[in-house]
Every structure is written in structure tokens, then in C-alpha cells.
Design a protein around this ligand. Structure first.
Ligand code: CFM
Length: 536
């Protein structure tokens, strides 16, 4: 089916008001046009959206992966339980042996706490956590009821910090704030910037100091990325926040350059670090062989050191050679297949290159909660001011700390590099998609079904809420959030893992058994009574 025909078919099913709304979130790509898409607006009530909430974006995504903090969720147990290890953000303990990622900490609010207030219970939970685990720091994340009943988590945190002498950070990330998990990223970014980054001045030594921002070590991605970067000679100060510790994040301001992998979840910190501490940020992509190599070349160019450039080429050569043959064998098996990608706020873009490398074209793509800049590129920035998700979010402003920090690179040199490198810039997803492909923002279950019927893709990269519905329709679906049980998928070895998994997934004979037997043959047989009429 042609893309426009598909869009018309989807829209005609909606009541007029809904149709008007959804129309703005769907774009058929025309490479001759500069196209716009509506994004980051409230989902329509009644539509089964795949989105999460503000708490998910704050605690689940940005704060939760810090390994040596105890992350207490102040709320009913479900909010904590359903976020317990499901994202597969991994972490390894450091010398102090502190890694609490496997635990699930909650105040388990009950009806009486809602009626009489939960502050005492929260204070007690903090005391207990300190006594039992002795963490480096504590985070408290608010869930919906906390905001509704008015528990003052900031005051509780302040008092607990005094009592125990460790940082206790409060995040007012009630689930209902904003329109999706994106609001939670923003809140987490603000607090980490205000309370943590820049508080550890113990000097990080070595050359080429970098931070990896917007990388959460899902399925071990960060380990593969860090392996490659150290092989070239980079010194990773911290990753935000996958496999990170509190103190590593506290010294992030010492890096010379910030690499931004997931722009959506961390762009606020990247901007603020540049303003306050003078280290610019550069957009990178560690997913896919070509993207990984391009990223390494961009980094070497930024530092402009001959030796580093040479080493970069050596590493690229060695790493790509090691996987070339196996990747080619997968490409042979997947050539000509098609993919649909629907993931949070960056992966639907990042994975397109890798899929292409094994011969798979992305024909439909969209974000759950991306903003317009994630689709259209950073240069539409004035519109971000109108962003729906800044509602209820305290904007923090940071100022240049000129006393202590200068720009890490001479200004003229930086300006020249900006012409060639993605420094402080991000090209959105739209520009990279071909004519006739479809972009859909905040895809819902009805539209998912329609996509499958219209395009019959071979691969659907999405999340757990729709995975099984897609597979029941006979299409291979991979969870692009947690990678199901696999990973890493980043870097060179990760690309190979991904290619292997996808090839196996597409070619498994399971899909031919998806049709239930009663759709093909009668399972009951009998004779009609004389004179009886057949009704079905
Ligand atoms: Fe960034 Fe992410 Fe994503 Fe995201 Fe997420 Fe995630 Fe995601 Mo799931 S931070 S926007 S809020 S890349 S948890 S690691 S996979 S929706 S596309």
C-alpha cells in the first residue's frame, strides 16, 4: 500500500477532532520539502499510547542507573515494582563494593499514608536505607500521590542529609507532570546539574577527557563503548548515567568534551555544562558500524592530534575487520527486508543506519515522546520555548563560572570546527529518511495494527506494550528498550550481536505457526439436524 493511502485509511477511522490532532503527528516523507511534525503534546485520552510518565523518565531513566545511590521511590509499590530491573541498565561495583541496582526501594504507601501524610514513613525509609546499605547518596523520587497530598520531600531530604551527612536528593517528578517521561528527564537533569555536577574537584588526570552523556548501559552498551574509547586513548570521566557512580558524575565538569548519545534525555545537562564550565558538546552515535567509526573520527578531529587520528584509524580498521565477514553473512540473509522502528526519543533514529548495514530499510519510524527538534533538527530551537513539557517544571538557569572555567578550546577554533562537526547541533530524524517513508509521533495500538496490515514489515523494533500484539500478527518484534534479554548492541561487537539476533528473529520458522488452527480448519464437526438452518 502506498504511504499516503495508508495515512488516509488510518485517519478516516477517527472522529473529526481526533483526526485533526493525529494528522499533525503523521508525515509522509518528501525529500523536496522542509517538513514539520507535531510532537511532545498531550496524548488523546482513550487512545492506547505507548508512553510512560514523568516519574519513569526521572527515576527510571536518568537517576536510577547511578549504581552507588539508594533510589527510594516514595509512592505505592507498583511504581517501584514495575520499574524494577526491567530496563536492564547494568552496572559494576567499584572498589567500595557499592552497587544497589538490583534492589527495589519503596515506601510502599498505603491508604493511611495518603490520608494522614507519608512524610514520617519516608524519613524512616531513609534512615533504614542508611543503616542497612550505607550508600554514597540517596535519591527520593515522588510519584503521583505525593504531589496530590503535598508531602514535602524536599524538606525530608534536607533533614535527612543533615542527619546522615550524605547527599539526599529529592526529585519532584510526580507522574502526571508534563506529557510523557520527557518531563522527568528535564527534572532529573536540573537537579543533577544543581546538586551534583561540579561538586568534586579532585583532579581527573590524563589527556582527552570526555563524558558520555545520554548513555545508560542497557544490555552492557556502555561497556562496549568504553572499551573502544579507551582503546583509542580517551579518558572517560563519567557516563551519564549508565554504570556511573555519584562521585564520577560530581566531577563531570572536568571533561574537555561531552559526547551526547541520547540527545532527548540529556540535552539540558549538555547545554548547562557548556555554559557554566566551558566544555562543548558533540552529538555522537555509537549504534552501527559506520556511525561508530564516524563518531571516532569526529572525536579525533575535535582534539586535532595527529597521533590520536592515527590511532583512531588503526582501531577502526582492527574492529571492523574482526566483524566484517559475519556481518556480511547476515546481510545476505536480510537484504531487502523492511523495518518499523518506534522507540522513545532517539533509538528510532539511531538504529536506522545499523539496520541498513544488514540490508534492512526502515519504512516507518517514530518517537514515543521525542520533541520537534528530535525529528526536525536542532535549528528549530525557537519553538522549544513553546514546549508543552516545560509545564510544571522549574527551569533552572546556570551562569558562566568565569572565575574558574574558560572555554576548553579557543573560540575561533571551536567556531571553525562547528562547520564540520556536529558540535552543539543535532540533525533530526526527518532529514535522514527517504521519500515515501512514514514518520509517526506517539504511535498508538490501532495505528500499529494498521501499519502491520498495510506494510507487512519483517522487523518491528518497539517496546513491551506492543511486542506481543505485533508478534501475534506474525511479525517479529524486538524490544528496543531493553533488547529483550540480549545486548550489547552499541559499538562494533554490539552491531554484530544485533545483526545476529535480528537475522535469527526474522528467519525463525515460528512465524508460520502464528495463525491459530481454527482460522484455517474447523475444529468441531457435526451434522445439522434435519430442517435446521446453518447460521454461521
Ligand atoms: Fe534516550 Fe534511552 Fe531513548 Fe530515553 Fe527511554 Fe531507553 Fe528509549 Mo526506553 S534515554 S530517549 S526515556 S535512548 S528507556 S535508554 S529505550 S524509551 S529511545
Amino acid at each position: 500500500m502506498k504511504s499516503q493511502e495508508f495515512v488516509d485509511k488510518v485517519l478516516e477511522k477517527y472522529p473529526a477532532k481526533v483526526m485533526k490532532n493525529r494528522k499533525k503527528h503523521i508525515v509522509v516523507r518528501d525529500t523536496n520539502e522542509t517538513q514539520e511534525i507535531s510532537a511532545n503534546t498531550r496524548a488523546i485520552p482513550g487512545i492506547i499510547t505507548n508512553r510512560g510518565c514523568c516519574y519513569a523518565g526521572c527515576k527510571g531513566v536518568v537517576v536510577g542507573p547511578i549504581i552507588d545511590m539508594v533510589h527510594i521511590v516514595h509512592g505505592p509499590i507498583g511504581c517501584s515494582y514495575y520499574a524494577w530491573n526491567t530496563r536492564r541498565n547494568k552496572g559494576k561495583k567499584r572498589e567500595d563494593g557499592k552497587n544497589f541496582l538490583e534492589y527495589c526501594f519503596s515506601t510502599d504507601m498505603q491508604e493511611s499514608d495518603i490520608v494522614f501524610g507519608g512524610e514520617k514513613k519516608l524519613a524512616k525509609a531513609i534512615d533504614e536505607a542508611v543503616e542497612l546499605f550505607n550508600p554514597v547518596a540517596i535519591s527520593i523520587s515522588a510519584t503521583c500521590p505525593v504531589g496530590l497530598i503535598g508531602d514535602d520531600i524536599n524538606q525530608i531530604a534536607k533533614l535527612a542529609q543533615k542527619r546522615h551527612g550524605i547527599p539526599v536528593l529529592a526529585f519532584n517528578c510526580e507522574g502526571y507532570k508534563g506529557v510523557s517521561q520527557s518531563a522527568g528527564h528535564h527534572i532529573a537533569n536540573n537537579n543533577l546539574m544543581r546538586d551534583v555536577i561540579g561538586t568534586n574537584d579532585n583532579e581527573v588526570t590524563g589527556k582527552y577527557k570526555i563524558n558520555i552523556l545520554g548513555e545508560y548501559n542497557i544490555g552492557g552498551d556502555e561497556w562496549e563503548i568504553a572499551r573502544i574509547l579507551s582503546k583509542v586513548g580517551y579518558n572517560v570521566v563519567t557516563t551519564m548515567t549508565g554504570n556511573s557512580t555519584y562521585e564520577e558524575i560530581a566531577r563531570a565538569h572536568q571533561a574537555d568534551l561531552n559526547l551526547v548519545q541520547c540527545h532527548r534525555s540529556i540535552n539540558y545537562i549538555a547545554e548547562m555544562i557548556e555554559i557554566k564550565y566551558g566544555s562543548p558538546w558533540m552529538k555522537v552515535n555509537f549504534i552501527g558500524i559506520e556511525s561508530m567509526s564516524t563518531t571516532l573520527r569526529h572525536m579525533a578531529k575535535y582534539f586535532g592530534d595527529e597521533e590520536l587520528m592515527k590511532r583512531t584509524e588503526e582501531v577502526i580498521e582492527e574492529e571492523t575487520q574482526a566483524i566484517e565477514e559475519e556481518i556480511a553473512s547476515y546481510k545476505e540473509k536480510c537484504e531487502g527486508k523492511t523495518a518499523v522502528l518506534f522507540v522513545g526519543g532517539s533509538r528510532a533514529h539511531h538504529y536506522q543506519g545499523l539496520l541498513k548495514e544488514i540490508g534492512i530499510d526502515t519504512i516507518v519510524a517514530g518517537y514515543e515522546f521525542g520533541h520537534r527538534d528530535d525529528y526536525e533538527g536542532r535549528d528549530i530551537i525557537p519553538d522549544i520555548k513553546l514546549d508543552a513539557d516545560t509545564r510544571n517544571i522549574e527551569e533552572i538557569t546556570v551562569e558562566k563560572d568565569e572565575q574558574k572555567y574558560k572555554l576548553r578550546i579557543p573560540e575561533e577554533k571551536l567556531e571553525a570546527l562547528k562547520q564540520e562537526l556536529p558540535i552543539n547541533n543535532y540533525e533530526g530524524m526527518i532529514k535522514e529518511m527517504g521519500d515515501g517513508t512514514v514518520l509517526i509521533d506517539d504511535l498508538n495500538h490501532f495505528e500499529t495494527e494498521m501499519i502491520i496490515k498495510a506494510f507487512k514489515p519483517d522487523f518491528f523494533g518497539s517496546g513491551v506494550k506492543d511486542k506481543y500484539m505485533i508478534q501475534k500478527m506474525g511479525v517479529y518484534s524486538k524490544q528496543m528498550h531493553s533488547y529483550d534479554y540480549s545486548g550489547p548492541y552499541a559499538g562494533y561487537k554490539g552491531a554484530l550481536n544485533f545483526a545476529r539476533d535480528v537475522t535469527a528473529g526474522i528467519h525463525t520458522p515460528a512465524w508460520q505457526y502464528v495463525m491459530p488452527p481454527w482460522k484455517k480448519e474447523p475444529i468441531l464437526s457435526g451434522k445439522l439436524e434435519e430442517g435446521a438452518e446453518k447460521v454461521c
